[in-house]
Design a protein around this ligand. Structure first.
Ligand code: PMT
Length: 413
């Protein structure tokens, strides 16, 4: 019973996820909270006030001008009663209305009239979530101190897949509990601010996957990079609202939602495509496993095995160093490199940080089983000039989410 003696006003707005509001009320009450529901006209199209009254055991309010309320000012009573205003689901329209400070219905008026913290659990189509106005509204709400719970990703009611799903009722309750449990600065707020930190208006360029250096028309030199790490970073940045361009070596992955993708084969191609994009970019992340050398003279015809040659050698020449060239630009984006090493990981990573003039470097121990090349998981130690941060072994998408937040934080300092 972590929410004993807590008064929660639950705002229910007009999205399909409103059907989960009844479950959310029950789970909040399981923890001892007293819940009073305020529903908008849109919300009533998806769930009835009667259902919410039954599960909350309190009257449901839907009208700004309520003759039944003491002094006919239900909004002031509820605004003062609440220890937390929780809006779940919060539609894109709700975000816009809160940002503008509208006060033309009960819920928006309570939000203006309350001194209690306000938490919102966004729920909308993934394209609406990524839309610039939504991300700009979100940024302003975060700046004002609102707590943002989610959204999650997955299949949506409209058939799209991506970010915009309301968190599950139990996840929301956990965040509410965290909020009340923390002493000074709410950990829920920190979590929410991190997870919802907006990158709207920014352009991130990310290299991913391997390169292929042709030997002849049928053979090449390459490596085991699958592109999973780079694509996960792209997805994480896009989900926070950045415009993302992936310069991708050959991989078997689908392009993450709302990212642009430029397919290349060789290091020279990757260099050319990247340099054409980065001048206007805010962040460049070199996650690709780029071949350091290419074949000096690529044979036009398939090289034949001959009876008298047991050995053969191929002359190699150095490839351009993409990340170093980006970092050397007069107006360079915030530049992040990776260091895939099998020994002395930290020493080599720090050497690359300095030699390539990077802002951050992600040291990746690729000798350890279960992480690095072509694995679903990874672990990184991220270095900057005077410090480091560990991202312990986790799924690459989780690593990417944390890394993107770290980059966003460092980039702003
Ligand atoms: O693709 P996955 O299977 O998910 O695996 C992820 C990964 C292991 C490939 C990734 O996490 C990683 O570590 N990428 C960097 C691999 C690498 O080539 O590291 P490096 O230490 O050789 O290169 C150092 C940095 O310089 C890297 O940022 C690299 O992209 C960059 N580089 C290297 C050579 C070159 N010619 N141009 C470059 O930009």
């Amino acid at each position: 019973m972590f929410l004993q003696n807590k008064n929660i006003v639950l705002g229910v707005t007009g999205g399909i996820a409103a059907y989960k509001a009844a479950e959310l009320v029950r789970r909040l009450k399981d923890q001892g909270a007293d819940v009073r529901v305020v529903i908008t006209n849109g919300g009533k199209a998806f769930i009835t006030p009667l259902t919410l009254q039954a599960v909350s055991a309190n009257p449901v309010s839907d009208s700004l001008l309520d003759p039944a309320a003491e002094a006919a000012m239900g909004h002031i009573e509820l605004a003062k009663w609440a220890d937390l205003i929780l809006i779940a689901p919060a539609t894109a329209n709700t975000l816009a209305r809160l940002t503008a400070g509208m006060a033309d219905d009960l819920l928006s008026t309570i939000c203006l009239a309350t001194a209690a913290p306000i938490a919102i659990a966004p729920a909308m189509n993934q394209q609406m979530w990524h839309a610039l106005p939504t991300q700009e509204n979100l940024a302003r709400l975060i700046k004002r101190g609102l707590l943002i719970f989610g959204p999650g990703a997955g299949e949506q009611a409209c058939g799209d897949v991506g970010y915009g799903r309301m968190l599950e009722p139990l996840e929301i309750v956990d965040l509410v509990v965290e909020h009340f449990q923390s002493d000074s600065q709410s950990s829920a707020q920190t979590l929410a601010q991190t997870s919802a930190q907006t990158l709207a208006g920014q352009h991130w360029v990310i290299t991913a996957g391997p390169t292929r250096e042709a030997i002849d028309p049928v053979r090449y030199i390459s490596n085991h990079s699958s592109g999973k790490m780079g694509y996960s970073i792209a997805a994480a940045a896009a989900k926070l609202g950045a415009k993302v361009s992936i310069v991708s070596g050959p991989v078997n992955l689908s392009t993450p939602n709302s990212c642009d993708r430029i397919d290349v084969e060789s290091a020279v191609d990757m260099h050319k495509a990247t340099m054409a994009l980065v001048e206007q970019a805010d962040v460049f992340i070199a996650c690709a496993a780029v071949a350091d050398y290419r074949v000096a003279n690529v044979s036009e015809q398939k090289i034949k095995k001959t009876a008298d040659n047991d050995d053969m050698s191929i002359a190699l020449v150095k490839n351009p160093d993409i990340v170093a060239d980006v970092a050397a630009l007069k107006t360079k984006p915030f530049t992040v490199g990776f260091a895939a090493e099998t020994q002395d990981v930290e020493r080599y990573a720090l050497a690359k940080l300095a030699a390539k003039n990077l802002d951050l470097i992600c040291a990746n121990d690729v000798a350890k089983a279960g992480q690095g090349f072509n694995s679903d998981d990874n672990a990184l130690r991220v270095f900057w000039t005077n410090g480091h941060h560990d991202l312990p072994l986790a799924n690459k998408q989780q690593i990417a989410d944390s890394l993107v937040n770290l980059i966003a934080e460092k980039q702003q300092n």
